[in-house]
Design a binder for this molecule. Structure first.
Ligand SMILES: *[C@@H]1O[C@H](CO)[C@@H](O)[C@H](O)[C@H]1NC(C)=O
Ligand SMILES: *[C@@H]1O[C@H](CO)[C@@H](O)[C@H](O)[C@H]1NC(C)=O
Ligand SMILES: *[C@@H]1O[C@H](CO)[C@@H](O)[C@H](O)[C@H]1NC(C)=O
Ligand SMILES: *[C@@H]1O[C@H](CO)[C@@H](O)[C@H](O)[C@H]1NC(C)=O
Ligand SMILES: [Zn+2]
Length: 955
């Protein structure tokens, strides 16, 4: 998937666009073959049929060694082919009042080991008649079914036979079933939206990853059990003349051409009444689907424009033709993750695919380009070649999260966005990976069994650390060698499955075929130190002696690492570096400590390591070298590359938290900012100041900090005021546009009156004339937020009224900004709205709660709210959701008192029986973070307060 924070997912095998409440044309799409085969057989609608449920067993004792109590399938049967017919009902069933779908499925499988037991995944499906088993070869007879039942916990349909299936014979299992078309955003699900005041059921979206295909039809639901799928959908035929909720009584049956051999989690079928825009590039049909109003407004055009070039980029990068004849991408009104890489039918949140110059910021646009690149990268890496099991998810997601920057940079070369991986991924994941509750990238296959264990892997470590270490690998191998290994890997394993070491092997072959300047070890040996142990090192360079040492970097130096590492927390570290502004020959740090004579620096010479932050580690120096670096920043900061200016700030602040350097040293790295105009260092500084805000916005330090930051940001604010001709002109540069937002956000946050007046003035102009919004799309989030924070109920109600009629792009900005109000009663009411689906889409609930918690006034309200509603949230939003860890981390990140720690522990205890699902690890991370925050505040408040007071004294 795309990231859920940004999670992405994948598989579109089939897409039927079918008419719903007020019905329009029906279009059937085959994902995999170019010619789709719509038979257009009219069939009359029938009822779902009565249900005869097989018995359902009670939860199994965890100690059971029965095959059906194991989460992994036995290795006895291998599917080859599915025939699947599905029929979603767009009106509720008369008796049960449920929205349902009915299905018929047969699967041809081969017996590879004799057995008298068939286990096939099935979740929340009811069987309407007894399953039947036949032999595909008429000369062989199939055993009879003795009995069958549903094993609820492990999600199986279990079939016991009266005799053994014979090795190497093919059998066919046929089932008729019914399932609920729920609005739970998982599997085959229902989605409702309104257009022109008419409620529409854009029914039957689809989200299978990781383990929800089994909610749609019985299947061998493991990524290595690839098969070919023949799929037929029955759906209502709409006529444009028809309005209102009537569906008419005509049905259409659409049969798709067989898919390529593929994993179940990458399947997709969708029924909706959407429109599309299309193009054909080198024989590949590209279509962008969205609700009619969005397509009519031209919002699919940017995605259509960028998809072709990005596909061509990846064909070249992988040296492999796009494996399918078409590439469909669809924007869904309800979607949990950011996007999902279904093969040939990629699904997105509306805001991740639709662009509208009138509403979208440049950040929205960049997100679209990067998510498209991420998902298209999966078409090969992930879909064509698939990791055998979910424990290697990090390689799939880390890879796509790395090359998304390359693909997007190719589509938008003027943006200069490739380096942003340092802020978005490397710095971001450092924060998590510096905790003792982190985990290695790679997990053991046997440790990842249950669906929630799989879901839990969709985290920052898999995505961002995966991306960071692959970027480092590509850098020290050189991109050419990296591509060479990648290409032979994809070629060897096309339509098959792999483990991560298969990629290392191919990269090693590429290395062996190229005269590379020596690596200190094999690719596998180097990479294992990054993949098989959690965390990362801080490399310390003593420029007096030239000694270079490494140590496991822990945010809390007193925390205890209880997990034993096979490498004793030592890494094989590639070091690119410069001396006094001139790049030097890279070195490797293999041992705990080594001496590099070249790194001695005397006089005015200084050393700067981890150039452009291609390495996944932090760097510390002796005090004298730090002083020289600070001096360089303050006198002529451009001698230090811009990415490393961002690095110096981020490393210093984090090493200060880890008590490796002093907090005053960290604060000193911000002194030069009044002269800095580049985005990356400012962004790095504001990210780190966020922590100071979280720790101090309830304390006396706050005032001094505000005064200091205001002093630092005013020159930037004035610079942009001049550059934009007093806020009237657009800036050309993409990163400049970002930094302009930083300038306004921080100036307003620190209470700079000119800034607040500006925001209030713009917002008031809009309130006076709602039809004409005068605020530039890039500035809307921050201007709305500041105007609402400065205002009261009137501003808030106006924003809410706009929100209820806004398109998805605009709605996201308002949704964020409404969390900025300082009125507790408005925040409390807003919290209630988050759990009211008529007011807010389920997909947006958790992120809105986190926005409210970010507000110092909302913090305590949110925590009370979460604790009071945990059971409800967990049950209602837990199903298809990947965002529990974001929710828990988000709501607790300000925690820094004994009392909050106690409450957090109590919360963990009180809900032990319900659990925390994919947020389990986040609870422990939050406890660890709270303890470390408490210590930090105790040790630093005085120093920090004094430092700010000194820094704002007039000279
Ligand atoms: C499946 O059967 C259960 C138990 O009888 C029932 O509660 C549920 O509503 C059924 N689901 C569907 C979609 O018919
Ligand atoms: C799948 O569909 C193809 C073409 O429509 C057909 O030739 C093939 O027999 C089908 N496979 C099975 C197992 O029914
Ligand atoms: C776009 O779709 C229309 C309708 O299906 C088709 O007639 C047209 O040829 C397509 N255009 C391209 C460039 O693929
Ligand atoms: C898409 O490309 C066309 C042709 O190059 C261009 O005119 C149009 O402005 C582009 N649209 C967007 C939204 O980028
Ligand atoms: Zn992905």
């Amino acid at each position: 998937m795309g990231k859920g924070f940004f999670l992405s997912k994948g598989v579109g095998v089939l897409l039927i666009i079918c008419g719903a409440a007020s019905v329009a044309t029906i279009i059937a799409l085959s994902v995999v073959y170019s010619q789709e085969k719509a038979k257009n057989n009219e069939v009359s609608p029938t009822n779902g049929g009565s249900t005869t449920n097989p018995p359902v067993t009670t939860p199994a004792p965890t100690t059971s060694n029965k095959p059906w109590d194991q989460y992994r399938l036995p290795k006895t049967l291998v599917p080859e082919h599915y025939n699947l017919m599905l029929r979603p009902r767009l009106t509720p069933d008369e008796t049960t009042k449920l929205y349902i779908f009915t299905g018929e499925s047969s699967v041809d499988f081969k017996c590879v080991e004799e057995t008298d037991l068939i286990l096939i995944h099935s979740n929340k499906l009811n069987y309407t008649k007894a399953p039947t088993l036949e032999s595909v070869n008429p000369a062989v007879t199939a055993p009879n079914i003795n009995k069958y039942w549903l094993q609820k916990v492990t999600q199986y349909l279990v079939i016991e036979l009266d005799a053994k299936l014979k090795k190497d014979h093919m059998y066919r299992l046929s089932t008729d079933f019914v399932g609920e078309l729920a609005d739970d955003l998982g599997g085959f699900y229902r989605s409702e939206y309104e257009e022109d005041g008419v409620k529409r059921y854009g029914c039957c979206n689809n989200s299978m990853q990781p383990t929800d295909a089994r909610k749609s039809f019985p299947c061998f639901d493991e990524p290595a059990l690839k098969a070919v799928f023949n799929i037929t959908l029955t759906h209502p035929q709409g006529t444009i003349a028809l309005t209102g909720p009537s569906l008419g009584n005509k049905l259409i049956q659409t049969t798709f051409a067989p898919t390529e051999k593929m994993s179940t989690y990458l399947l997709a079928y969708i029924v909706s009444d959407f429109d599309f825009v299309n193009n054909t590039i080198d024989g590949v049909l590209i279509r962008i689907f969205a609700r009619k109003s969005a397509i009519a407004a031209g919002q699919g055009e940017y995605a259509l424009n960028t998809t072709g070039p990005i596909l061509k980029f990846f064909e070249d990068y992988y040296n492999s033709k796009y494996p399918l004849p078409k590439s469909d991408q669809i924007a869904l009104p309800d979607f949990n993750a950011g996007a999902m890489e279904n093969w040939g039918l990629i699904t997105y949140r509306e805001t991740a695919l639709l662009y509208d110059p009138e509403f979208s910021s440049n950040g929205n646009k960049e997100r679209i380009a990067t998510i498209i690149a991420h998902e298209l990268a999966h078409m090969w890496f992930g879909n064509l070649v698939t990791l055998r099991w979910w424990n290697d998810l990090w390689l799939n997601e880390g890879f796509a999260s790395y090359v998304e920057y390359l693909g997007a940079n190719y589509a938008e070369p003027d943006w200069g966005m490739a380096d942003l991986i340092v802020l978005n991924d490397v710095h971001r994941v450092f924060a998590v990976d510096a905790l003792t509750s982190s985990h290695p990238l790679s997990s053991k296959e046997e440790d990842i069994q249950r669906p929630e264990q799989i879901s839990e892997l969709f985290d920052a470590i898999s995505y961002s650390k995966g991306a960071s270490v692959l970027r480092m690998l590509s850098d020290f191998l050189t991109e050419d060698v990296f591509k060479m290994g990648l290409r032979t890997y994809l070629k060897e394993f096309a339509f098959g499955n792999t483990v991560y070491s298969d990629l290392w092997k191919h990269l090693q072959d590429a290395v062996d075929n190229t005269p590379l300047p020596g690596l200190p070890n094999t690719v596998a040996d180097i990479m294992n130190t990054w993949v098989l142990q959690m965390g990362f090192p801080v490399v310390t360079i003593d420029t007096a002696s030239g000694t270079v040492t490494q140590k496991h970097f822990l945010l809390d130096p007193d925390s205890e690492v209880t997990v034993v590492s096979p490498f004793k927390y030592q890494w094989t570290v590639p070091i690119k570096w410069m001396k006094t502004g001139t790049e030097q020959k890279p070195v490797w740090l293999v041992e705990k400590s080594e001496t590099v004579d070249m790194m001695k620096a005397t006089g005015t010479d200084w050393v700067l390591a981890n150039l452009n932050v291609v390495g996944y580690y932090r760097v510390n120096y002796d005090q004298s070298n730090w002083n020289k670096l600070l001096n360089a920043l303050n006198t002529n900061h451009s001698v230090i590359p811009v990415i490393n200016r961002a690095q110096l700030v981020d490393d210093a602040f984090n090493m200060a938290r880890a008590k490796i350097v002093s907090t005053t040293l960290a604060l000193s790295t911000t002194v030069y900012l009044d002269k800095e105009r580049d985005f990356m260092p400012w962004e790095s500084a504001t990210d780190n100041m966020d922590f100071f805000y979280l720790m101090f916005d309830r304390s006396e330090v706050y005032g001094h900090m505000q005064a200091y930051l205001q002093k630092q940001v005013i020159p930037l604010f004035n610079y942009y005021k001049a550059e934009t001709g007093n806020w009237t002109k657009d800036l050309p540069g993409h990163l400049d546009q970002y930094n302009l937002v930083n300038a306004i956000s921080l100036a307003c946050k620190t209470g700079h009156k000119e800034c607040t007046d500006l925001a209030k003035g713009w917002f008031e102009m809009w309130m006076n004339n709602p039809a004409k919004n005068p605020i530039h799309p890039n500035l809307r989030s921050t201007v709305y937020c500041n105007a609402i924070a400065a205002g009261g109920a009137k501003e808030w109600e106006f924003a809410w009224a706009q929100f209820t009629k806004a398109n998805a792009i605009e709605a996201d900005k308002l949704r964020y900004a409404m969390a900025c109000t300082k009125e507790p009663w408005l925040l409390n009411r807003y919290l209630e709205y988050t759990l009211t689906p008529e007011k807010m889409r389920k997909q947006d609930a958790t992120s809105t709660i986190v926005y409210i918690a970010n507000n110092v006034v909302g913090q305590a309200l949110t925590w009370d709210f979460i604790r009071a509603r945990w059971t409800y949230i967990f049950n209602e939003y837990g199903g298809g959701s990947f965002s529990f860890s974001n929710l828990i981390n988000g709501v607790t990140k300000r925690f820094s008192t004994e009392f909050e720690l106690k409450q957090l522990r109590q919360f963990k205890e009180d809900n032990a029986d319900i659990g925390f699902g994919s947020g389990t690890l986040a609870v422990d991370q939050s406890i660890e973070r709270t303890i470390s925050n408490m210590k930090w505040i105790e040790e630093n408040t005085k120093t920090v307060s004094n430092w700010f007071q000194e820094a704002i004294k007039p000279l």
